[in-house]
Design a binder for this molecule. Structure first.
Ligand code: C2O
Length: 788
């Protein structure tokens, strides 16, 4: 309460443009004494201290007289008295008097006193606070109720993200139980808040005209307040209906195109009107007909892949109609003509078929290169030469690593394209500084060859990095980088779940990528310094390779143009050391950057761009959120009971019972804003409904959902980072998990419906014993979603 209150008034003074009260020196001219030229009194006085009651006294009754020592040179004293239960009790000037009497103090209170002596030269600076407490009364009864002051009971037209305020309860509450529910179950919050909290504003975005009931129940040792009134309010009405959206036109195939493949997909430009809910797609063999396709897709899409091929040599009519609440009007129908049926087998010996070009550079598995392979010779030379460049040269080794510190996006959907571009320009830099124009960066396949490759060891080897915490014979955990795990990741269809979504880490980033950073340790364990270890580049080449393979297996990247159109502005340096821009679209395929991995096809397969992105949309009303406060020991399992509604569980069991394969629905878990322990290197295993979780519970346990690591901001503790070096917010992780397979396995094995959702986290140290350090669990959300 005390801290909260202080902050509050501090910001208010600022906002209102009021100067700090202790700057108003001239308000008391009569009290200013002449002090001659004694240098002591040419400046503001020093602070004084409270002599009575002695600070820390704990049995003060209803009345007390504050007394303090005379501060030499002071002409008057400013006094500020704050009560933990009742806020500010006094704030003013006592003149030259050194005492002040407080009346009507209440029990179980904590009183804080700040005395600021001042004179014509100003105020004593930042005087400390003294405090004492009033008589303590054991709580034999629960606290009183807390009156909710806003929104008012019955209020209508409330904002969609309301702030709930209440008055502190009497009777010494130790906390408040905050509940917010809606009649349809879409909202179901139940949080325990601290004693000093008197508002809550993280309910999230409510629907229009949503009825919400809120209760705040004070609690203490003796129990919960009883008979407290809840309030009910209704959010505002939706704004008036939008105008119908503008029409769109076909990009592929183009209007009037001929010889179009019968398995073509349709792509169009995004409607320029806001709030598009979807597009109606009608395709037919005659104008105005929809005999081939009659469907609609969500507004986030700009493409559609028909379920079956179009007829050969046919004129196809396409009408795409964007809609919000209204449909676009008078959109033009477009058309194209499909290819002829192939008559003869393709020419295989005539020599006049043109092969698509193969990329010039092939990135190879470092395990297959011997120590004197030209690739490794160049790599070692490059590291030496780059380290020898002037410190501010763009190609200097540490400058290249600094790019990572300055710009790299983690826990975000630019994770893959940014690192692809980073590797690309690093490779170009190596070609430039060594003059070896054939150089292609090798990759470290930690699945096939899990130990840190031999190329990175050896005392005089510039690729050796002494900060690593692992040796040449250590092996990373199979559960995080092994074949089964990587195969699972490669079967994920949605780009965000596979790699990283707009603001959360998906599987590839959070599991093998983060794990390897933390496991290798040293420079590699921290964002600031990771790229100082030559191993970084080969680690990321493997991450990049898995992305390329995922595309080759027929998975499409997101087509959201917030992603594709994004430009990495001046993040990188080209071969001449100039800053350069590159967009996500520029790096979406390795082939267009003129390289491939030795595991990719020699020329770009058609699969990737023919398929369409898969994504999910939340099913309305089936989201549950739990915010968690405080900290938990990393050595103890941590359980969150999500308390889903009966409706949620019914829908969940229905979707689990549907035959796997063609299930268009999934259950997702989101963990947001989880802060790692500062120094301990741990990996966190996530389980659901496990009866007895331990550090040793294997990740192949039926109840295991997934695992994640942190990739910490800041520098290594030994390099002045660690505890102080971390950026509070940058350090936090946000993750997305698909719980469907785990829940389905539990459902099948127990032959009973899922009747609760308990999320359990257990931290597993990379080495050594589980530390006592704390980490803060953040916000947990489960959501049922359907493929869109
Ligand atoms: Cu931006 Cu693996 O790092």
């Amino acid at each position: 309460m005390r801290l909260h209150y202080t902050n509050f008034s501090f910001f208010n003074s600022f906002k209102n443009g009021v100067a700090f009260p202790f700057l108003v020196v001239l308000a008391f001219p009569l009290l200013v004494q002449q002090q001659g030229c004694d240098p002591e009194y040419d400046k503001p006085p020093k602070c004084t201290s409270l002599t009575s009651p002695a600070p820390g006294t704990s049995d003060i009754g209803e009345t007390v007289t504050l007394k303090w020592a005379v501060a030499p040179g002071a002409s008057a004293y400013k006094l500020k008295v704050t009560s933990q239960l009742n806020g500010e009790l006094y704030s003013g000037d006592t003149g030259a008097k050194t005492e002040y009497t407080l009346n009507n103090l209440v029990k179980n209170d904590r009183i804080s006193v700040v005395i600021t002596p001042h004179n014509k030269h100003g105020d004593a600076s930042s005087c400390s606070e003294f405090s004492f407490t009033t008589v303590k009364e054991m709580m034999s009864s629960p606290p009183g109720c807390a009156e909710i002051t806003s929104p008012a009971n019955g209020a209508t037209g409330v904002e969609l993200m309301p702030k709930i305020n209440w008055k502190p309860a009497s009777g010494n509450p130790s906390g408040y139980i905050f509940k917010a529910t809606s009649p349809n179950g879409a909202l179901n919050l139940n949080y325990q808040l601290g004693a000093n909290v008197t508002s809550y504003e993280e309910i999230g975005m409510l629907a229009y005209e949503q009825e919400v009931t809120v209760s705040v129940t004070p609690i203490n040792d003796a129990g919960q307040a009883t008979g407290c009134q809840s309030i009910t309010f209704t959010t505002k009405k939706a704004p008036p209906k939008p105008e119908p959206p503008s029409c769109v036109s076909l990009l592929n195939p183009a209007n009037n195109a001929s010889d179009v493949a019968v398995n073509t997909s349709l792509r169009w430009n995004r409607s320029t009107s806001g709030g598009i809910q979807g597009y109606i797609i009608k395709v037919g063999t005659a104008p105005g007909e929809a005999d081939l396709v009659d469907t609609s897709v969500s507004g986030s899409k700009t493409s559609y892949k028909p379920g079956k091929e179009f007829p050969h040599e046919t004129k196809i009519y396409v009408q795409i109609t964007p809609f919000n609440n209204l449909e676009a009007e008078n959109c033009i129908e477009e058309s194209f003509t499909t290819e002829k049926e192939p008559q003869t087998p393709p020419d295989d010996g005539g020599g006049n078929t043109v092969d698509p070009e193969e990329p010039r550079y092939v990135r190879k598995n470092i395990a297959e290169l011997n120590f004197n392979d030209p690739v490794l010779v160049t790599y070692r030379r490059a590291v030496e030469l780059m380290k020898a460049l002037p410190a501010d040269h763009p190609h200097n080794w540490d400058q290249q690593a600094k790019i990572h510190h300055d710009h790299c996006p983690h826990g975000a959907w630019f994770f893959l394209p940014w690192h692809r571009a980073y590797l690309y320009y690093f490779e170009e830099t190596i070609r430039q500084v060594t003059g070896d124009d054939d150089f292609a960066l090798p990759y470290w396949d930690w699945t096939k060859n899990p130990q840190i490759p031999a190329a990175f060891w050896g005392d005089n080897n510039p690729m050796f990095n002494p900060t690593r915490t692992k040796t040449a014979t250590d092996t990373p955990g199979d559960s995080y980088v092994g074949e089964e795990e990587i195969d699972d990741i490669l079967t994920i269809e949605d780009f965000g779940l596979f790699a990283s979504s707009e603001s959360r880490s998906g599987a590839l980033e959070r599991t093998p990528h983060n794990y390897i950073h933390g496991w290798v340790g040293g420079n590699m364990g921290y964002v600031n310094s990771a790229a100082k270890d030559a191993l970084f580049w080969c680690h990321h080449a493997n991450v990049d390779r898995l992305w390329a393979m995922w595309n080759e297996y027929g998975n499409a990247n997101t087509d959201d143009n917030k992603w594709t159109d994004h430009i990495f502005d001046d993040n990188f340096y080209d071969r001449s050391g100039n800053h350069i821009d590159i967009s996500v679209a520029d790096v979406a395929s390795t082939y267009s950057l003129d390289y491939r991995y030795d595991t990719q096809s020699a020329t770009e397969p058609q699969t990737a761009w023919q398929s369409l992105p898969v994504s999910y949309e939340a099913i309305e009303g089936l989201t549950f959120v739990k915010g968690l406060f405080g900290k938990t020991k990393i050595s103890e399992p941590f359980t969150v009971n999500m308390e889903p509604s009966a409706d949620f569980l019914n829908r969940l069991n229905d979707l689990l019972d549907a035959p796997p394969g063609d299930v268009p629905e999934a259950a997702f878990l989101f963990i947001d804003s989880i802060a790692p322990p500062m120094k301990e290197d741990v990996f966190i295993n996530v389980f659901v409904n496990h009866p007895d979780i331990k550090v040793s519970t294997p990740v192949r346990d039926r109840n295991h959902v997934e695992s994640f690591g942190f990739f910490r901001m800041g520098a290594m503790p030994s390099q002045g980072g660690g505890h102080e070096g971390g950026h509070d917010h940058g350090d936090m992780g946000s993750f997305i998990f698909d719980m469907t397979p785990t829940l389905r396995a539990i459902r099948e094995a127990t032959n009973a419906p899922i009747d609760k959702i308990q999320i359990q986290l257990i931290a597993v140290p990379f080495s050594g014993n589980a530390a006592e350090a704390m980490f803060s669990p953040g916000k947990f959300m489960i959501q049922l979603a359907k493929k869109s």
